[in-house]
Design a protein around this ligand. Structure first.
Ligand code: PMP
Length: 449
């Protein structure tokens, strides 16, 4: 291994970081993470922290899962790669498809199309939605509706349905025919509605209005995260997704649940849609499907959509796919990860540790004025919104947020900055004592504001 100064210098010179400014590589140098164990990460200075972000909402089983590591290693020696484009398949991919449909049986997902990550999955799902309607003779159903503050990856399709303009404006024009509804965000919304039940009703009415305005026969799909993650951990009322399901059914619109973060136990149930008692038509997954030990994503398809493709003539062929779709090593990671996820019953731990984290952060809110809003309480997703003034809700300036972030890190917890929020999504195997460490570190961090 090269020495630390070499690593810092070469990082500044040669890596362009995703979501980073290439001109600020020196002034805004990254923390270089060299190792990890359990739920902890270690940087090149040897500083250890609890990884309260779980990588990027993805290392659900932490960093020391031997079963997944072994499965990946064994598969590398057995068959390191083969394509799964029509004409060839491989045993781990077939096993993974079986494991995935078993895992999602209660959600009605019976088919899986593997991708290399979440953005691929979203793009593929949007294409499949258009193709589904074409196959049914509804050629005009090409538009998509989604929620403001939603994050659906950064491919053109995902960016087009994305609800945060930071990821859109620089790259416009995006896909035409994409429309956005307000987010179920009680702290700030155009209706000034603070009651989550009423806000859900108002957004449902806005959905109906938008569909009628566009003409229902032009809408292909509605895509949403059951709990919005990157947008700030926005937890809707329990009625919200049910309203969306009902409106989709009323107008023949497909419901795509983007489970890239929410899937695999993070919400306290195995999927976010199940947590809200809704069965979508398709799901997009990634992250927790391998706990990030290997890059894998997927589109899950229920019978309603699958039957249309499978019974169609030649037009039913899927003309999209990735070199690494159903990669045997990734597929072996999926099989091991799903088996470990079930064995460890991570959803149950996510529910109880998530409640502990949420309550702890609510207590911090009583102590620090800079906390404007705290969101979570449904598994291990927690957002803390920082403001400079509680009554005007003015977002906190970035220098202060960075100071809090750095002090929290130094005190022992890695959290994530997203806009004026601190976001947390620790591994689902985190213990009570480790959550306490995160809370103590946050307390120190806020004191440094
Ligand atoms: N959808 C959601 C809900 C996500 O949170 C993300 C990533 N954070 C994506 C899609 C994109 O996934 P990826 O980064 O693996 O492409």
């Amino acid at each position: 291994m090269k020495d630390d100064n070499f690593l810092r210098e070469m990082n500044a010179r040669h890596i362009w970081h995703p979501m980073g400014h290439p001109g600020e590589q020196q002034s805004n140098a990254p923390k270089i993470i060299k190792g990890a164990e359990g739920v902890e990460i270690v940087d090149i200075d040897g500083h250890r922290t609890v990884d309260a972000v779980g990588g990027l909402w993805c290392t659900n089983l932490g960093y020391s899962n031997d079963a997944i590591k072994q499965a990946i290693s064994d598969q590398l020696w057995e068959l390191p790669y083969y394509s799964a484009f029509a004409g060839t398949s491989n045993p781990p991919a077939i096993e993974a498809s079986y494991a995935v449909q078993e895992f999602f049986a209660e959600d009605g997902m019976t088919r899986v199309f593997f991708t290399s990550g979440g953005s691929d999955a979203v793009d593929t799902a949007l294409r499949m939605a258009r193709q589904y309607h074409r196959l049914r003779g509804e050629h005009t159903r090409t538009k998509f509706i989604s929620l403001k503050k939603g994050y659906h990856g950064t491919h053109w399709g995902g960016a087009s349905v994305n609800g945060n303009n930071r990821f859109r404006i620089t790259y416009e024009p995006l896909l035409p025919g994409c429309y956005h509804l307000p987010s179920p965000y009680t702290y700030r919304n155009p209706f000034d509605e603070t009651d989550p039940v009423k806000l859900a009703e108002k957004i449902a009415a806005a959905f109906v209005d938008e569909v009628e305005f566009q003409d229902p026969s032009t809408i292909a799909a509605f895509i949403m995260e059951p709990i919005q993650g990157a947008g700030g951990v926005i937890v809707p009322d329990a009625s919200f997704m049910k309203h969306m399901r009902e409106i989709c059914d009323r107008y023949g619109i497909l419901l795509i649940s983007d489970e890239v973060i929410c899937g695999f136990g993070r919400t306290g149930d195995w999927t976010g849609a199940r947590h809200w008692g809704v069965k979508p038509d398709m799901m997009t997954v990634a992250k927790g499907i391998t706990s990030a030990y290997f890059p894998v994503g997927g589109v899950l398809v229920g019978d309603k959509v699958a039957d249309v493709f499978e019974s169609a003539g030649s037009d039913g062929a899927i003309w999209t796919g990735y070199t690494y779709s159903a990669h045997p090593v990734g597929a072996a990671a999926v099989v091991a990860c799903l088996s470990e996820t079930l064995r460890l019953d991570t959803k149950t731990n996510a529910a109880s540790r998530g409640a502990q984290l949420f309550e702890g952060v609510q207590k911090l809110m009583e102590k620090y004025d800079i906390i404007g809003d705290v969101r979570g309480g449904h598994g291990l997703m927690t957002g803390i919104e920082l403001v400079s003034d509680q009554s005007s809700k003015t977002p906190m300036d970035m220098d202060t947020i960075k100071r809090v972030h750095q002090a929290t890190y130094e005190a022992g917890a890695m959290v994530r900055i997203g806009g004026n929020n601190l976001l947390m999504s620790p591994p689902l195997i985190i213990t009570e004592a480790e959550i306490d460490r995160v809370l103590t570190a946050l307390d120190t961090g806020f004191a440094a504001a």
